[in-house]
Design a protein around this ligand. Structure first.
Ligand code: CAA
Length: 299
């Protein structure tokens, strides 16, 4: 098969306003990143005004941190604060030409979100999903215009991680794919192209690491020993710290997806699912280093 490449950048649509669906951890980071790098208005939405407010306040906190660090001067910080707004009214998305979602990782939920947003946006607006392991083609199968949907998969922490995967479905238009690559460049991210295959590229690699780490613990290794095995390899964090960063539910979901598609190649730990139900599975010292399982997890 031919590798997924960036089509001619002249085909990219100009992006003058961005919509972000979801106001959780990743979605709020997207809103800030898009506003900061594209300098266009960004509107975020979620299922309740409380969630939208929570997202907006975490964005304001991040802007304040950037200001304190001297990464943004006062004017630039104020401009950013004005660019990002929140709403529960999808009609405010009608003039968005690029809409990205980061809602619950379930095909039906993402389909419903896009079906709804398609009623408001222009026919040529580009839609992007941040799914980490669901089929983008399946998500888009309910759309009137599936050719405008691409996978645009970021990594935590969004502000720091330099990579984004651009996922191309068989239906995707050159304009949609090209816009994704051009937007990624403006966001100062390195875009890599992927086919719409389970786990795309990065999660195929990560699921191996996380799955084998979970299997080692399931087989009797101590949590901290597995964590410490990573340091000498020069990797920035251990597998369980990475799972904690990504979110236990997301990690368990990725493991499941990979194990379902490739049962002979991937391991999905039953314990990972149980741990995902807890508030804080890990215990950490004052410096944030992992010292073991939390009391809740030990039960
Ligand atoms: N938001 C914004 N900025 C952040 C941040 C966050 N959540 N976390 C760290 N940073 C910033 C810090 O503020 C700091 O910036 P300054 O230089 O301006 O001070 C910089 O990043 C470095 O942070 P630290 O010095 O605190 O810590 P570090 O050097 O140990 O780096 C790390 C932290 C970047 C997270 C590093 O440990 C790392 O790269 N870890 C691996 C992360 C990874 O692999 N992520 C992919 C997960 S997979 C996924 O997300 C998707 C999926 O589909 C499952």
């Amino acid at each position: 098969k031919r590798p997924v490449a960036a089509p001619d950048k002249d085909l990219a649509r100009p992006v003058t306003k961005v919509g972000v669906i979801g106001a959780g951890l990743m979605a709020s980071q997207f809103a800030l990143l898009f506003a900061r790098r594209l300098q266009v208005p960004v509107v975020i939405t979620d299922v309740s005004a409380e969630r939208v407010d929570k997202g907006l306040s975490s964005i304001r906190d991040e802007i304040a941190k950037l200001e304190q660090k001297g990464r943004l001067d006062g004017d630039a910080a104020n401009r950013l604060r004005a660019l990002v707004t929140g709403t529960t009214e999808k009609a405010e998305f009608s003039d968005c030409d690029f809409v990205i979602e980061a809602v619950f990782e379930e095909t039906a939920v993402k389909q419903q979100v896009f079906r709804e947003i398609e009623q408001f946006v222009a026919e040529d607006a580009i839609l992007a999903t941040n799914t980490s392991s669901l089929s983008v083609e399946e998500i888009g199968s309910v759309l009137a215009h599936p050719e405008r949907l691409i996978g645009f998969h970021f990594f935590n922490p969004v502000a720091v991680m330099p990579l984004v995967e651009v996922v191309r479905t068989p239906q995707a238009s050159d304009a949609a794919v090209s816009t994704a690559f051009v937007v990624a460049k403006a966001l100062k991210k390195n875009a890599i192209g992927s086919a719409d295959a389970p786990g795309f590229i990065v999660n195929r690699l990560l699921a191996k690491v996380m799955g084998e780490a979970a299997r080692a613990v399931d087989e009797g290794a101590a949590l901290t020993d597995v964590e410490h095995a990573f340091g000498p390899l020069g990797l920035p964090m251990g597998p369980f710290e990475l799972i904690d960063l990504v979110g236990w539910k997301v990690a368990a979901h990725v493991q499941d997806t990979m194990a379902t598609h490739f049962p002979d190649r991937f391991y999905s730990s039953p314990n990972l699912h149980a741990l995902a139900e807890l508030d804080a599975p890990l215990e950490r010292d004052k410096k944030g280093r992992i010292t073991g399982w939390s009391k809740e997890a030990k039960k």
